[in-house]
Every structure is written in structure tokens, then in C-alpha cells.
Write a protein that binds this ligand. Sequence first.
Ligand code: FES
Ligand code: FES
Length: 164
Amino acid sequence: MGFDPTLNGMSAITLKVNGRSHKLDLDPSTPLLYALSDDLALNGPKFGCGLGQCGACTVIVKGQAIRSCITPVRSVAGADITTLEGIGTADKPHPLQRAFIEEQAAQCGFCVNGVILTAKAFLDKNPKATEPEIEQALSGVLCRCFASVRMLRAIQKAGQEMAR
Ligand code: FES
Ligand code: FES
């Protein structure tokens, strides 16, 4: 079981992140984002609004893009969690990461975690998605640099590769 209640308000919680299990002592209501950044030193997911509105903190849980700033760790204990670090490496980037580099799609880069992981979760389920469908799927991830046109181009390019 991923969640063991104890008497002091803290619990032994198992988070399975990028294929590795971590047993952490946490208040079960701790936002997943804090556990990922503070306890596991992962800096792919970013703190933006903290209110579930911008998408900067996105991670993938059971194939769904979710907002880790408003997700208590108790709700994802034992589930497969994927962060940006888990989809590719510098040597072997995911097609989306490669397309973002090739298209120089990012401006400041702050939103890129949310854009790439939201796109990945969507394209994994909808490999033949059209441009308007991709645009719609990404509409909830905010980019303050107005770089969406380049990012959509990169996502479409990666989508073609992912669908092969
Ligand atoms: S930081 Fe989580 S949605 Fe904005
Ligand atoms: S590239 Fe700066 S927020 Fe999107």
C-alpha cells in the first residue's frame, strides 16, 4: 500500500516517480509539487500560480496530465508519476523535447514543462490529433511570453514522429 497513516500527522507515503519508488515521511495533504521539488529535488515541475490555473507544475499520473500544486500526495500514493525528467534525457530526448530544441520553441522556458507534458499525455491518447485539437488541448497551459505559435509547430512536428 502507498499510504501508511501514523499518529503525528505525518505518514509514510510511497511515491513512484519516473519508475523509481521513494518512501517519504509527509503530511498526506502536502501538495505533490512540494514533495517532488523539496524531497526528490526534481525541478521539471515549476511553481507558477499554486492554484491549478497555469499548468507550470504539470506531471503525468496514470497517463493523465495533472496539476501537482493542487494534488495532495495521498491521492497519488503508489501511482505511476512521470515528470519532465522521466520522458527523456539530454542524450536521448523525447520527440517533443527534440522538436522544442529544433524549433527553438521556448522563450523564457517557464511554461515548457506544462506544455510538453500536457502535449505528451494528449498525443499518447490522440496520435492523429489535428492542429485545432492540439491547440484546444493546450489551451489551459499559460505562456506569458506568447510563444504558443512556435510551440504548437514543435508539438505538431513531434506528433508526426510519435504517431509513426
Ligand atoms: S503552479 Fe500549478 S497550475 Fe499553476
Ligand atoms: S516561454 Fe516563457 S512562459 Fe512560455
